[in-house]
Design a protein around this ligand. Structure first.
Ligand SMILES: Nc1ncnc2c1ncn2[C@@H]1O[C@H](COP(=O)(O)OP(=O)(O)OP(=O)(O)O)[C@@H](O)[C@H]1O
Ligand SMILES: [Mg+2]
Length: 369
């Protein structure tokens, strides 16, 4: 079973550390997304697992095989790692038809002819490109080319499939369609997918777990909803979710076990967490997802700063004594600018962060005192 294990993997380019002490276990058949801002080390990580980049230190195991070990000087070539690639620039061979493009890799692997034909047919069906069988890449749209590239990559049944921003060249609508196709493909194949993107929505919707990286350092490795509703720190909280989380500056008045008293918006609140609160200094940040700001009721008083109706939901910006608080409301609403609005902070998904370390120290509810 192709479980992938990274142990203390680092990559330095001269003095610059691109990936630092990365530890990660990718289970068989997972759909992992490496997510993070540009330059954080996503491609480097993917290339190290694939064998296209040599780590400076560490150990990588795919299935039962150690493919890299800096101490034992093991370093298997990509061709010995039983993997497939799909990179951003999915160059198809221009002088080959769609059929030939998909068959080419199998011919190289010396598959028997009837098996090649059967597999190509299967891939054409799976990716819904049967009608383009005899066309050349130049006679296809970008999205169709992309599907051919995916078919070509999946044809040899790689146990692990690496994809580096494979949808970045597509327009928004096609990207959405291809996301669904990829998710279906993942279910239809027995492969483990490792996928790079800097698009948080893509990560949220596709993955079984998100590996969120900042400056080469792993921030959180959890299922999307956990990353969303219980972010490990301010960076993760800010990176995941759109519109993003409200970060309300707060003062810690007291903390005892799972309870704390915090002060923000000029008043005191009780914070009750599900578990004992972690180490926290005098300065705190209260993290509130926009959907937890309830409008038209509650003790909070604000003025309407602006509304962004998007059809299905409306983003409402409130001015709370100079702090802009974001809320979302289902449906179409259009409040008058500068009008008075009451609000409350609802639910038990409120996050308390320590400002100094940025760490999530507790998740719970706030009630005005
Ligand atoms: N061959 C190299 N020599 C020196 N520095 C490199 C080399 N390859 C990558 N880097 C640096 O390592 C860091 C990580 O690069 P990487 O390509 O992994 O980023 P990324 O997360 O994939 O970014 P993007 O989203 O922009 O593709 C970057 O700061 C990059 O400049
Ligand atoms: Mg990259």
């Amino acid at each position: 079973m192709p479980k992938i294990v990274l142990e203390h993997v680092s990559k330095r380019f001269q003095k610059f550390t691109a990936v630092e002490d990365l530890n990660m276990v990718i289970e068989d058949r997972e759909f992992i997304i490496l997510l993070g801002p540009s330059g954080c080390g996503k491609t480097t990580t993917l290339r190290m697992i694939a064998g296209l980049e040599t780590p400076t230190e560490g150990r990588i195991t795919i299935g039962d095989t150690v493919v890299f070990d800096s101490e034992k000087q093991i370093n298997l070539s990509p061709s010995k790692r039983d993997i497939g690639f799909l990179f951003q620039n999915y160059a198809l061979w221009p002088h080959m038809t769609v059929h030939q493009n998909i068959a080419f890799g199998l011919e190289n692997l010396k598959w028997p002819k009837p098996q090649i034909e059967a597999r190509v047919k299967e891939m054409l069906q799976m990716l819904k490109i049967e009608e383009f069988d005899k066309r050349y890449p130049s006679e296809l749209s970008g999205g169709q080319q992309q599907r051919v590239a995916i078919a070509r990559t999946l044809a040899p049944r790689p146990k692990v499939l690496f994809m580096d921003e494979p949808l970045s060249n597509l327009d928004a609508k096609l990207r959405l369609e291809m996301r669904i196709e990829l998710k279906r493909l993942h279910t239809d194949t027995d492969s483990t997918f490792v996928y790079v993107t800097h698009d948080q929505l893509e990560a949220m919707t596709l993955s079984s777990r998100i590996c969120l990286i900042k400056n080469g350092i792993l921030q959180q490795f959890d299922p999307p909803m956990e990353t969303y509703s219980n972010p490990a720190n301010l960076f993760v909280a800010d990176f995941v979710g759109n519109p993003s989380m409200n970060f309300i500056p707060a003062k810690l008045v007291s903390a005892d076990g799972a309870k704390a008293t915090v002060e923000f918006f000029g008043r005191r609140f009780a914070f009750e967490a599900a578990r004992p609160i972690g180490e926290i200094g005098a300065e705190a940040v209260v993290g509130v997802r926009p959907e937890f700001v309830r409008l038209e009721e509650g003790e909070g008083q604000a003025k309407i700063y602006g509304t962004l109706p998007a059809g299905m939901e409306t983003t409402v910006k409130l001015d709370v004594d100079g702090f802009i608080l974001t809320s979302v409301k289902f449906g179409n609403v259009d409040y008058k600018l500068n009008s008075d609005m009451n609000f409350s902070i609802e639910g038990d998904g409120i996050i308390l962060f320590d400002k100094q370390t940025g760490k999530n120290v507790g998740r719970g509810r706030v009630t005005p005192l």
